[in-house]
Design a protein around this ligand. Structure first.
Ligand code: MG
Length: 228
């Protein structure tokens, strides 16, 4: 159809579906349909990754902090595609350097890490700095605040899809805002974010969000998701 054949504005109006209402009060950025994963006190949405036990990280001052050696923690619930809000803080006392300074990480489906690291004044390989899709995508800019200050990630994760033969039919995607600044713009996740070696794409379904114990006293608070 040629553009000029449509003369009625009504012909291009779409009336269904009507988006359902989600409220998000101005004084508290928490959408009404969000699932709260951590409110500052209650860690019941989380468990240890190593064992069947409860998460053993430290809760104090409306935050939870890595307890080195207790291991990663993960949500009891499995998730597919989500919008995630998570706030994190590097230790005030600056220790070590590179990957050893304020290292943690947010793993989607226990496989795909958005790096948490104190890169305020800390050089490391850029595809492993804060906000990197670990060893896959360098963040567009460095939006890090100083250690000891709270920072936020707002992340859209689109889960990869696999067919019955285990072939990936759609890659995953990540979009990341760091303190409100766009640092990953709909990047195609290449596969698992490996410390050593290349990304892997082995079929899986919904899976937990995992937070990393990298032996540094990184804290988290105000964690919520919206399922997409
Ligand atoms: Mg990490």
């Amino acid at each position: 159809m040629a553009y000029s054949q449509i003369t009625d504005p009504v012909a291009t109006e779409v009336w269904e579906p009507v988006p359902r209402k989600v409220t998000s009060p101005a004084d508290q950025f928490l959408p009404s349909d969000a699932i709260i994963l951590f409110d500052g006190k209650d860690m019941s949405a989380w468990k240890s990754t190593k064992t069947a036990d409860a998460a053993a990280w430290t809760i104090a001052d409306d935050a939870m902090t890595v307890k080195p050696g207790t291991g990663n923690i993960e949500t009891k619930e499995n998730f597919g595609s989500i919008q995630l809000h998570i706030e994190w803080r590097s230790p005030v006392v600056v220790e070590s350097e590179g990957q050893g300074r304020g290292n943690s990480g947010v793993f989607f489906q226990k496989r795909y890490e958005v790096q948490v690291l104190d890169n305020y004044n800390n050089k490391t390989y850029p595809n492993g700095q804060a906000g990197a899709v670990y060893k896959q995508y360098i963040p567009l800019v460095n939006a890090c605040r100083p250690p000891g200050e709270w920072q936020a990630y707002d992340i859209v994760f689109m889960a990869p899809e696999f067919n019955a033969d285990g072939i990936r039919t759609r890659p995953g995607y990540l979009t990341v805002f760091h303190n409100g600044v766009l640092i990953q713009n709909h990047v195609e996740v290449q596969g698992t974010t490996e410390y050593i070696g290349l990304p892997k794409n082995i079929a899986h379904g919904k899976a937990p969000i995992m937070l990393q114990d990298h032996s540094n006293l990184v804290s988290y608070r105000n964690i919520w998701v919206r399922e997409l």
